[in-house]
Design a protein around this ligand. Structure first.
Ligand code: GLA
Length: 375
């Protein structure tokens, strides 16, 4: 299975937790299309934890969808999602129980992969709770990687061991297509900033076929739902979304997509930001920090058509003036080129020589597509 671009979709967990149902997934699938997410490139509708009965079928040992939540079973949900031209994702866990205390796939990997394949599943998120003590976590991801390949269906393998055991150094070898690299996100500014900063120096191994997953987005949650906490403002959501795009991270939405407001819809379907995220080369950005204000970060990323993405992030609580010196990116003054910039948010254009100095409000960002311009 080829996963050349960071996967894009929506996942039930951030907003709904265990309060999931056939109706919710079908309504969200409708909204996925009506809100323009499909047209913008999103593909996967993913049901996270808490979808199954509390015990396996005593006769077949298989996982069974909880009939009170999914009365027609999972194949019917998969068929509905496929009927809208989308792909269907589900969740299991490498340990004996899932994080929400439902049966996990430990020692049932091949049987479960076969069950998922028979339902028409296209994506499996694979969590890490209740791993038996003394069992090697890496081995469990190898097992599910093999089980999915043996299942006879192309199933994207989304590993989720929260960055344990230096996951970046071995995960690609298991066949996984993306890997969670951090603990869970919460909908507050400290959470997305901490996650983003923690991966800045670990992006070198994130690449086509196996992407660093900095967790599902909280964009558009405004404090509502399971991981809601204090919520974020629109400036934070701009920054969070732009950071994920500068990282070429998977874009898995976590808000209630049936009720996105206009700002959220515009942000998550922003063509330039998605183009940056989905760039064919998926190169990590070059990061620089303001010399005396460490909250001001600049990211510069090579894009495959010869242009660049340039983002200025204010991760602090005060509005501030920041700057970037282009020689830090490999463009010294003597090179004879300026940078022609176009804002991804409002189309503002400017040309800058050697450096750029600009104001960025607290929590906010400025992001440009940049092109070399001969003097
Ligand atoms: C873990 C994962 C989350 C979510 C929950 C479900 O915490 O990291 O993303 O899947 O389990 O219980």
């Amino acid at each position: 299975m080829l996963v050349n671009k960071p996967p894009m979709g929506w996942n039930t967990w951030n907003t709904f937790g265990h309060e999931i149902s056939d109706a919710l997934v079908r309504e969200s699938t409708d909204a996925f299309v009506e809100q323009g997410l499909k047209d913008a490139g999103y593909q996967y509708v993913v049901i996270d934890d808490c979808w199954s009965k509390k015990v396996r079928d005593p006769e077949t040992d298989r996982l069974v969808a909880e009939p009170a939540k999914f009365p027609e079973g999972m194949k019917a949900v998969a068929d509905y999602v496929h009927g809208k031209g989308l792909k269907f994702g589900m969740y299991s866990c490498a340990g004996q129980r899932t994080c929400g205390d439902y049966p996990g796939s430990f020692d049932h990997e091949f049987l479960d992969a076969e069950t998922f394949a028979s339902w028409g599943v296209d994506f499996l998120k694979y969590d890490f709770c209740y791993k038996p003590v003394g069992v090697d976590g890496q081995l469990l991801y190898r097992r599910m990687g093999m089980a999915l390949r043996a299942s006879g269906r192309d199933i994207l393998f989304s590993a989720c061991n929260w960055g344990s055991d230096d996951v970046w150094s071995w995960i690609r070898s298991t066949g996984a297509h993306m890997y969670r690299s951090t603990g869970d996100i919460f909908d507050n500014p400290e959470s997305y900033r901490k996650i983003a900063l923690s991966q800045l120096h670990k992006l070198g191994t994130s690449a086509p076929q196996c992407f660093n997953d900095v967790d599902m987005l909280t964009v558009g949650m405004y404090g509502k739902g399971l991981v809601g906490t204090t919520g974020c403002n629109d400036a934070d959501y701009r920054s969070q979304f732009a950071l994920w795009c500068m990282y070429s991270a998977p874009l898995m939405l976590g808000c209630d997509i049936r009720r996105m407001n206009a700002q959220t819809r515009a942000l998550v379907t922003n063509r330039d930001l998605i183009r940056i995220d989905q760039d064919a080369e998926a190169r990590p950005p070059i990061a620089t920090f303001h010399p005396w204000n460490e909250k001001l970060m600049t990211l510069f990323k090579h894009l495959d058509d010869g242009s660049y993405a340039l983002g200025f992030f204010n991760l602090g609580e005060e509005d501030a003036e920041t700057f970037a010196t282009f020689s830090d990116f490999g463009l010294p003054a003597a090179a004879g080129y300026d940078l022609a910039l176009e804002s991804v948010f409002d189309g503002e254009r400017l040309v800058s020589r050697e450096y750029l100095r600009l104001n960025v409000p607290a929590h906010d960002c400025r992001v440009y597509i940049a092109r070399l311009q001969k003097r």
